[in-house]
Ligand binder design. Structure first.
Ligand code: P70
Length: 463
């Protein structure tokens, strides 16, 4: 663990004031939000760690490129610029923009579901990916290594596939029923943990043996490449771009929420290695769902910013600082005894709320409880990544029990300083000191799909 922290590799050119509120005000704001942090107004949040998705700061170069954008409906020069950057990085033949990650998922995933009773297998499906798998009439199976759930185990690649189980599942379900294998890099739902190159080679070998399509869900592919460079033998002298290309070479399709490692506020990518038939299908479906194939729901400005952002995200100084910020917060919490997933991943610190509040049952959402307490303490907004987010079994409708009840403290890119993270750490330590006072939550209204976004709750009073 590095103790020598690096300062921000940028200086601030434009500032956005943030409001400070009182504890009494925050108690009221949270009540009005139905105890769902998603329903808070961001103005009422001091440090917003809800997500790293679309929340980062753009560079002066990105803002400058936006001024040069071509807003043509068809054949925009900004499209061709973005296309050339995506092709340069992925080395794939085909590219279609989408408005964000789930936009890309809704176009591509249904094309792979060619009959009833099919499955996707992922290390862990991200929740929108799972939703689109299910909307396409397929089922999602997660296949991550067991070490992933041992939060204190020092393992360099906790996002890895359990390759033995992967092959077993394929044999059990029948390879003809597997619509695709989705490599989620980094593995968001389990702590932004990386997947090793060697493990992805293993996935590729199995997919080849059974003739199964491999997809990369690569929202944070540059962070994944950073960890490979740092931790995997033989990669120290390779550039992030080289590692990324080696990774893309192992897959057939690349889907990206560009709101993460694209360093933009909005954007998504569909890239296809060489399957012309699939590309043509996606081009057909992008029109009614996202827009004409040369904009896919993005303005010319968005495409300019993304072309530049994709390039900046491959920079080692940027990535070193990014990962260091996460480690800084993680170390602070760990040293104070707050249980977190260790080692921390690439975009967030995952706090183990099951351990902090074992007196709250999983279907009363211990991580929502900690998240709400942290907001009240200091106006810091985290997000629940546990049984609330996991939802219900689509067949039995039972509440699923997540293996871990996490609160994710997600650090936006280039947005906050180490001092902001100090506030977060101190507030979390305060909540931890009063952990026995935390209460569970019951639904006031439960939304039928992706319920964590829009449901409302009531605190369950202590007996
Ligand atoms: C996040 C956001 C989005 C995402 C992802 C991976 C690996 C696809 C997508 C969808 C979503 C989120 C979660 C909680 C609070 C706010 C936002 N992840 N694949 O923060 O992409 O959002 O662009 O449609 O992580 O992890 P998109």
């Amino acid at each position: 663990m590095s103790k020598k922290y690096v300062a921000e590799p940028y200086r601030i050119k434009m500032v956005e004031p943030i409001v400070e509120t009182t504890k009494e005000e925050r108690i009221e704001f949270l009540k009005n939000a139905g105890y769902n942090p998603f329903s808070l107004r961001s103005e009422d949040v001091y440090v917003d760690l809800l997500t790293d998705s679309g929340t980062g700061a753009m560079s002066q170069e990105q803002w400058a490129m936006m001024m040069t954008a071509d807003e043509a409906y068809a054949g925009s020069k900004s499209f061709y610029k973005l296309e050339s950057v995506v092709k340069h990085i992925t080395q794939y033949k085909y590219f279609i923009p989408a408005h964000q990650g789930r936009g890309a998922e809704q176009i591509v995933l249904p094309q792979l579901v060619t009959k009833k009773g099919m499955y996707f297998i992922s290390n862990i499906h991200f929740d929108t990916t799972r939703a689109h798998v299910e909307l396409a009439g397929a089922r999602a199976i997660d296949c991550v290594i067991d070490e992933c759930f041992d939060l204190e185990l020092d393992h360099p690649f906790k996002g890895n596939f359990d390759l033995e189980r992967l092959e077993k599942i394929i044999n059990e379900k029948g390879s003809e029923n597997i619509a695709g294998i989705i490599m989620t890099i980094t593995n968001n739902s389990a702590g932004g943990q990386p997947v090793s190159y060697e493990n992805m080679v293993g996935v590729k070998k199995i997919s080849k043996k059974y003739g199964i399509t491999v997809l990369i869900d690569g929202a944070r592919y540059a962070e994944n490449a950073f960890f490979i460079k740092e931790r995997e033998k033989g990669f120290k002298d390779k550039s992030i771009l080289e590692i990324a290309r080696m990774t893309f070479d192992l897959a057939d399709i690349f889907l990206m929420s560009a709101k993460k490692d694209g360093l933009v506020n909005m954007g998504g990518i569909i890239a296809i290695k060489d399957n012309e038939h699939l590309f043509k299908l996606c081009q057909t479906y992008i029109v009614p769902y996202e827009g004409f194939p040369t904009y896919g729901g993005l303005s010319g400005r968005d495409m300019e910013a993304l072309a530049q952002g994709l390039t900046e995200a491959l920079d080692m100084r940027y990535l070193t600082h990014r990962v260091d910020q996460i480690r800084y917060l993680g170390d602070m919490l760990k040293e104070a005894g707050v249980p977190i997933q260790y080692p921390v991943g690439g975009h967030a610190v995952f706090v183990d709320c099951g351990k902090i509040a074992p007196h709250i049952p999983y279907d009363q959402f211990p991580a929502l409880s900690v998240t709400n307490a942290l907001y009240i303490e200091a106006g810091v907004r985290g997000v629940e990544i546990g049984s609330l987010l996991l939802g219900r079994d689509p067949d039995t409708h039972q509440n699923l029990k997540s293996p871990k009840e996490f609160m994710r403290l997600t650090i936006p890119r280039r947005l906050y300083t180490y001092q902001h993270l100090d506030v977060v750490g101190q507030a979390m330590i305060e909540v931890f000191k009063h952990k026995d006072e935390l209460v569970g939550y019951a639904f006031d209204y439960e939304s039928p799909m992706l319920r964590h976004f829009t449901s409302t709750f009531k605190p369950i009073k202590k007996q």
